[in-house]
Design a protein around this ligand. Structure first.
Ligand code: PLP
Length: 391
């Protein structure tokens, strides 16, 4: 079904920070499959782990114990302080698990119609629960009616959360991305997150972080919450956890870890041998090499290249994000940026209309990061000078 507006390119192989199209033309990958291949393409440890697992055993049901799933759960819980993990296949599914967990948590506390606070500009996925939690009417309208039970609040506005708390006794949880991705690459204020943590503790609400995009090393820590210093009760991730093999995880600690029991949730594929062998290779590699420590230097190199080359600094409204979630908001027409960059051998993405989103892998060299940054600036220079000439 034509659900994607696809670009006119087909890649046939990848290597580290590069992709090669079917003419063997090389591209610098500033997108990483939208924050998936954080370790770069065809990373040896992931490739070997998956191939070896495929030769041994690909799948059994979750009716049986699955050693690679237990191994990955142990790695994740010891690296995050979470206590339990439910494995699924995608980010949206991870959020569905979190939504079900929060509702069940509410019911256990005598709240029959539990509400979850979600934020403006949020993106949590395309399944019906995750879509209802998403703060973008454009992608919701065609699929009305939305699932009920969500209360929307503006970003970084603690007074708005207090106002909801005063009026609404049915709130059981807050779900948010500590760094919003699709919503324009916006890191939430860390004071705001700390105040939310205190309020959740006071009112018995669950603080649930969607780190589908911000997690797995991308934001300069294994998970962004570890850098921001605010520990959630529920942590959802996916994308970079498998470096290309579909996997999602909904983790929980404390009371949240005790909510779901046998029969409450399930999935055929979630946590299977292949996905968990990939996840184990990813987390082991990230932790062993502390690869997240490369996020800030790569960001700096990229932005240095960008600023050095950009001829029209006034076209930049704001540069946002954390680590290797980089958002460059522009105040010029942006519809040709992605295709012009593609023609120059650079993969970039646009989000929230006018924000260039760059999500390079953690293994990108500083030289390539500079090239990517200066390449993006050159694209802007070219398009902006055309606009100036035309006006
Ligand atoms: N949550 C966040 C923060 C995301 O960025 C995304 C995808 O972009 C999702 C959830 C949905 O993940 P998936 O596409 O794997 O369902």
């Amino acid at each position: 079904m034509p659900t994607y507006g696809r670009l006119p390119v087909a890649f046939q192989r990848g290597d580290g920070a590069y992709l090669y199209d079917n003419q063997e033309r090389r591209y610098i990958d500033g997108v990483s499959g939208i924050a998936v291949t954080n370790l770069g393409h065809t990373h040896a440890a992931v490739t070997e782990a998956v191939c070896e697992q495929m030769h041994t055993l690909a799948h059994t049901s979750n009716l049986y114990r699955i050693a690679p799933q237990e191994m990955l759960a142990t790695l994740l819980t010891s690296a995050t302080g979470m206590e339990q993990v439910f494995f699924c296949n995608s980010g949206a599914e991870g959020n569905e698990a979190a939504i079900k967990l929060a509702r069940c948590y509410g019911h256990e506390r005598g709240i029959d119609i539990p509400h979850i606070i979600v934020l403006e500009g949020a993106f949590h996925g395309r399944t019906m629960g995750a879509l209802a939690a998403t703060g973008n009417p454009k992608i919701q309208q065609a699929f009305e009616p939305m699932l009920s039970g969500f209360v929307r609040a503006p970003r970084d506005d603690i007074a708005a959360i207090h106002a909801i708390a005063d009026l609404n006794p049915n709130v059981v949880a807050i779900l948010l991305e500590p760094v919003q991705g699709e919503g324009g690459v916006r890191q939430l204020n860390s004071d705001y997150l700390m105040q939310l943590r205190a309020l959740c503790d006071q009112l018995g609400w669950l603080l649930m972080f969607d780190e589908v995009q911000s997690g797995n090393g991308r934001c300069g820590a294994l998970y962004a919450f570890q850098r921001l210093g605010v520990i959630p009760d529920v942590l959802v991730t996916a994308k970079g956890l498998g470096n290309g093999i579909p996997i999602g995880a909904c983790m929980a600690r404390g009371a949240a870890a005790q909510v779901l029991g046998p029969g409450d949730h399930g999935t055929t594929y979630g946590g299977n041998f292949i996905a968990c062998s990939a996840g184990t290779a990813v987390i082991t590699t990230l932790v062993k090499d502390r690869l997240w420590e490369r996020a800030d230097p790569i960001r700096e190199a990229l932005l240095a290249g960008f600023h050095r080359t950009l001829k029209y600094p006034d076209v930049v409204s704001e540069i946002r994000g954390l680590g290797l979630m980089i958002g460059i908001e522009l105040n010029m027409p942006c519809d040709q940026i992605v295709t012009t960059a593609l023609a120059e051998g650079l993969l970039v993405n646009m989000t929230a209309g006018n924000t260039v989103r760059l999500l390079p892998p953690l293994i990108m060299s500083l030289a390539d990061a500079q090239l990517l940054g200066s390449g993006v600036a050159e694209v802007i220079n070219t398009l902006y000078s055309d606009i100036e000439v035309a006006s």
